[in-house]
Design a protein around this ligand. Structure first.
Ligand code: ADP
Ligand code: MG
Length: 473
């Protein structure tokens, strides 16, 4: 798991100071881009030498070097510079002495089994070799078991389960999963793939749309498009991740469209993911969009606080490191954008605990995650909070600072103070001042009263929770 990386870094520190920095940058990159992308493009980078303000990174092939330079060059420079301010440039070079032998293009794309592991080692595997080359590896950790289900993703999860149990059922073909970054699309696709290949004679090809394009271009170059088509059309289940990548790539789209039709006509299952719904994927050919929307379309919604807590609980439990509920709540409140970042933050805490053998505490969390938390400090203003709360209970905005003490206005005012304390970094006296120059003890009282009421009255608690969510998003 990721959390043992920094331990390696700790050891490396003794051997070679650059290695330690590189290890940290690597795990940073990995949590930023995700495991699949990391493994496809970045894992093979080796650390070269530093020369003045320049650091050399080595890649085993020209193709990989150019790709990494184009796609990740700036990010690598930025990360190195942040790690070691003296470094201003990252030079990507072909490394003759890379630990890994120079692979061919198909090897770079990490061919992995598309069949159950046993099937691959058997004599009958020859037929699946061609297909195996086509697909990207399925991450064994992205199982259905490891996927935490909550309101925002339960529909998508149910559809994925259904297709994994009975592929090519009418109404579920194609299955189109969509949603924002880091909400679990890739995880669900891998889970389906893992389930489908388990002991069954079902062949699955999973790849990103980007890889689809690369395979296609490579096939054109090597004049093997027929073979490419045949390979693709021989699978039982084709999964294409991040289809939005094909926008503007007309030839690849065309090819995908034909593959799609051939497979569906042959009764094969297609699963596609994208960041938007078919109808919102403008730039995709109309006929393709229409066909994509013909089966089941399921979206993954932004996470809720409850789901974030459940995910953190599950991941903390799996790590074996004791993480206090307070820390989990804190993270679930602060990091709302996506699960990947949430997971990254938790992993960093776990790594920290493992590395230094110190318990995870709230103090350690704010310290270790300083940079992440700062980036996520949403700038909710007290005025915004007052406006939203006043709207919600239908009172006048001026009553937030008026002297009226009727319950109908006093209660919402207390909620606004409570939210101001929770969602902004303002001090109690500062908050008091914004509410008609009230004393900080009034704010303190409001915070404890609202907390108490939330424990007593579920409807009220839900109201406050809803407001918080609205203000946070
Ligand atoms: P997407 O493909 O939608 O950008 P991913 O599937 O790559 O998102 O998810 C990002 C990370 O968050 C992965 O490590 C994944 O395991 C994790 N993740 C997302 N949703 C869940 C969930 N519901 N339960 C457990 N882990 C999740
Ligand atoms: Mg993804």
């Amino acid at each position: 798991m990721e959390h043992d990386r920094p331990i390696e870094a700790g050891i490396a520190l003794v051997q070679h100071p650059l290695d330690a920095h590189w290890e940290r940058i690597r795990s940073r990159l990995q949590s930023e881009v995700g495991d699949v992308e990391y493994r496809t493009w970045l894992r093979q980078i080796r650390l070269g030498d530093a020369d003045g303000d320049e650091i050399v990174l080595l890649l085993p092939t020209r193709f990989l070097r150019d790709w990494v330079r184009n796609q990740y060059g700036d990010r690598l420079s930025a990360l190195w510079h942040a790690e070691l301010p003296a470094i201003r440039r990252v030079e990507l070079q072909l490394g003759a002495d890379c630990a890994i032998p120079t692979p061919t293009l198909s090897e770079i794309e990490t061919p992995v089994s598309t069949k159950a592991p046993t099937a691959n080692t058997n004599a009958g595997a020859t037929g699946s070799n061609a297909r195996a080359e086509l697909a990207a590896p399925l991450d064994p950790r992205f199982t259905f078991d490891a996927f935490v289900v909550g309101k925002p993703n339960e529909f998508a999860h149910a559809c994925a389960r259904r297709v994994a149990d009975r592929p090519s059922s009418p109404g579920f073909n194609p299955l189109f999963l969509y949603g924002g970054v880091g909400l679990g699309k890739t995880h669900l696709m891998h889970a389906m793939g893992l389930e489908l290949v388990r002991g069954e004679r079902v062949s699955v090809a999973y790849m990103s749309a980007e890889k689809f394009m690369y395979r296609f271009i490579a096939a054109i170059r090597s004049q093997s498009t027929m073979e490419f088509k045949e390979q693709l059309r021989s699978v039982d289940v084709l999964m294409i991740d991040d289809l939005q990548f094909l926008i503007g790539k007309d030839n690849t789209q065309e090819e995908f469209f034909h593959t799609f039709n051939a497979l569906v006509d042959a009764g094969k299952q297609i699963v596609v993911s994208a960041d938007k719904s078919p109808s919102d994927l403008s730039g995709l050919e109309d006929r393709l969009r229409t066909r994509l929307g013909c089966g089941m379309v399921a979206d993954l919604h932004a996470t809720t606080f409850e789901l974030r807590i459940s995910i953190l609980e599950a991941k903390a439990a799996a790590s074996g490191v004791a993480v206090p509920p307070k820390v989990l709540e804190f993270l679930a409140h602060k990091i709302t954008s996506n699960v990947r970042e949430l997971e990254g933050a938790l992993n960093r805490m776990i790594a920290h605990a493992n590395l230094f053998g110190r318990p995870v505490t709230l103090e350690a969390t704010t310290e270790v995650l300083h940079d992440i938390l700062k980036a996520h400090d949403r700038r909710v203003t007290i005025e915004e909070i007052q406006r939203k709360v006043a709207e919600h209970w239908n009172i006048r905005l001026t009553d937030m600072s008026s002297a009226r003490r009727a319950r109908a206005v006093a209660r919402p005012r207390q909620v606004a103070m409570f939210l101001a304390k929770q969602l902004t970094s303002r001090s109690l006296p500062e908050i008091g001042r914004k509410f008609g120059n009230r004393d900080h003890t009034t704010v303190m009282h409001a915070v404890s009263r609202v907390t108490e009421l939330m424990g007593l009255d579920t409807a009220f608690a839900e109201d406050v929770e809803l407001l918080r969510r609205m203000l946070e998003s």
